[in-house]
Design a protein around this ligand. Structure first.
Ligand code: DX5
Ligand code: ZN
Length: 224
């Protein structure tokens, strides 16, 4: 089942509860939370207290994307605050297997993210451990950037690997996702679509979710 994960990075932080409630009414099942430390990426966003507040405000699944160095020092706190999935970057930890295992040991789902320049082969040996692979379709750090089409072939590669290996990890895409590329991403094999500016950057977030859902549904219609 395809899922849209609105990224609150583009929400109004002073009205975060209302923005989340709007997309919840539009039927989304998860919220994407972008955590940036000003070191791994050249921007600072939000941290554990915001996850704890979101946890009180909504029952939606909280999908936390840690764009931070030394994730092991923080993953337990994010999970204790209410993160149900923690995704860490392949590039941000020296001991990827251990870092992913730490997330699982604390009771959350574990995701691994790949920057645009990082090949899929670098995570071959953790594919059986992860619940999710996040393919970055922009260089992480900012919302509102242009989609990099190289993500499509990485998603196709992951979908083929998943089938060949009999695994069930989800494939998520993040960055520049909008109504112009979401059908192609669906056909490539993507399951979860993170979208920030194309949802919260519009006047009507709920309507934007509906439009994206329609485009996903249309991806499988054969036009004759
Ligand atoms: C970028 C973040 C994204 C971002 C996406 O580093 O990981 O989740 O919020 O924003 P848009 O959809 O505007 O590209
Ligand atoms: Zn993200």
């Amino acid at each position: 089942m395809a899922q849209i994960a609105p990224s609150i990075l583009s929400a109004d932080f002073a009205r975060l509860g209302e923005d989340v409630a709007a997309v919840e009414r539009a039927g989304v099942k998860m919220i994407h939370v972008d955590v940036m430390d000003g070191h791994f990426v050249p921007n600072i966003s939000i941290g554990v207290p915001v996850v704890a507040s979101l946890r009180k405000a909504t029952d939606l699944f909280l999908d936390c994307h840690l764009m931070i160095e030394n994730p092991d020092a923080y993953t337990p706190a994010f999970i204790a605050a209410g993160a149900q999935n923690v995704t860490i970057h392949q590039e941000a930890t020296r001991h990827l297997h251990r870092s992913l295992q730490l997330i699982k040991d604390h009771g959350a789902q574990a995701g691994v993210a790949l920057n645009p320049a990082t090949p899929v082969e670098t995570i071959d040996h953790v594919l059986d451990l992860v619940d999710l692979v996040l393919v970055m379709s922009v260089n992480p750090g900012f919302g509102g950037q242009k989609f990099l089409p190289l993500a499509l072939s990485k998603i196709e590669q992951l979908a083929e690997l998943r089938q060949a290996l009999g695994l069930s990890f989800k494939i998520e895409v993040d960055g520049g996702v909008d109504s112009s590329n979401i059908a192609d991403l669906t056909r490539a094999g993507c399951d979860i679509f993170v979208a920030g500016s194309s949802i919260f950057g519009t006047p009507d977030a709920a309507q934007a979710v509906e439009s994206l859902k329609e485009r996903i549904a249309s991806a499988h219609v054969v036009h004759v």
